[in-house]
Design a protein around this ligand. Structure first.
Ligand code: NAP
Length: 290
């Protein structure tokens, strides 16, 4: 078993860290809000006061943080940042969903200090994290992926070596963009047919029976019919990811559908739905009386 540091104990990170503990690893955790580390302390993890303290003497360091700002802070802070304290030979693994630019910058900083670095964003949400069914898209050198694979498989069902750092971040953002666009358009269609007097459940049943509907879109459509928005993949995180996806193309006019979807999710955040699940987007289209 390995000595592991886990930095970032939000909805996803806390579940992933718990899986590592359950697998028997020696775990040190850190979170900006220390209260969120208490349950893991009770379960047997050590709790560090700073990211730098957490990574001392570790074989692997995993991060699961909200965004570029959080990741930059946790890795690079001049006093407490993890990167400055990494022992030689430690494998650094960034699992957060981040912009391609920042992942490439972090990979370059790691290369300069001979740190083995992987970006390993995940496909799957809270239930998959809980059930160790996450899919990891791993970016970096083949040897680095091989070294981390056994530990990643204690948190997930599969690891796909998907190319160099950055390309993998782009692939992860592409997956989320496709899903975000599908959910946004389903929300429009469900409420459009409801307005016209047709049964939206029937529409969803029909679409779901065709090959054009993905399993994830089918599940999202079902949740929209039930008005079910418990925060699995919150709208504010979707909006963040779509923003990063647009930046791949330099925020130009070459991504009109992704731009439109991002605007829709941004509007949902502005209207107070940011902490609802992605399916809560349907509330934008509900017309009074329907
Ligand atoms: P979350 O519950 O909001 O957790 C965010 C984590 O980031 C918390 O530990 C938070 O610390 C930390 N954080 C935020 N800003 C920070 C800062 N400036 N400095 C240090 N730490 C900071 O989000 P989540 O759902 O776990 O998502 C985490 C990552 O996984 C995101 O990149 C997300 O895109 C990705 N992801 C999410 C899902 C999903 O379905 N939710 C699925 C796949 C991937 P505090 O507790 O102190 O606020």
């Amino acid at each position: 078993m390995a000595k592991i540091a886990f930095l970032g104990l939000g909805a996803m990170g806390s579940r992933m860290a718990r899986s590592l503990l359950a697998a028997g690893h020696e775990l040190t955790v850190w979170n900006r809000d220390p209260q969120k580390a208490e349950a893991l302390r009770d379960a047997g993890a050590d709790v560090a006061l700073t990211p730098r303290d957490a990574v001392a003497d570790r074989d692997f360091v995993f991060c699961m943080l909200r965004d570029d700002i959080a990741s930059r802070q946790v890795w690079l802070d001049a006093e407490d940042g993890a990167l400055g304290g990494l022992p030689e030979g430690t494998v650094a693994v960034e699992c957060s969903t981040l912009s391609v630019d920042w992942v490439e910058e972090l990979a370059e900083l790691c290369r300069r200090r001979n740190t083995i670095f992987l970006d390993a964003p995940v496909v799957g949400s809270r239930p998959q994290a809980e059930a160790r069914q996450l899919i990891f898209l791993a970016g970096g050198a083949v040897e680095a992926v091989s070294r981390a694979e056994a530990v990643l498989l204690h948190m997930g069902a599969s690891v796909h070596h998907a190319g160099p750092n950055g390309a993998v971040a782009a692939a992860k953002l592409a997956v989320n963009t496709l899903f975000g666009i599908q959910v946004a358009v389903l929300a429009e269609l469900i409420e459009a047919v409801r307005y016209r007097g047709f049964d939206p459940a029937h529409l969803v049943e029909l679409i779901s029976a065709t090959p054009v509907c993905s399993p994830a879109a089918k599940a999202a459509a079902g949740a929209m019919l039930l008005d079910a928005f418990p925060p699995l993949f919150p709208i504010q995180i979707v909006e963040k990811d779509l923003g990063y996806a647009l930046s791949i193309a330099g925020l130009g006019e070459s991504t009109p559908l992704a731009s439109a979807a991002r605007n829709v999710f941004a509007r949902a955040v502005n209207e107070g739905h940011g902490t609802d699940n992605i399916t809560g987007i349907v509330q934008l289209y509900r017309q009074p009386g329907f």
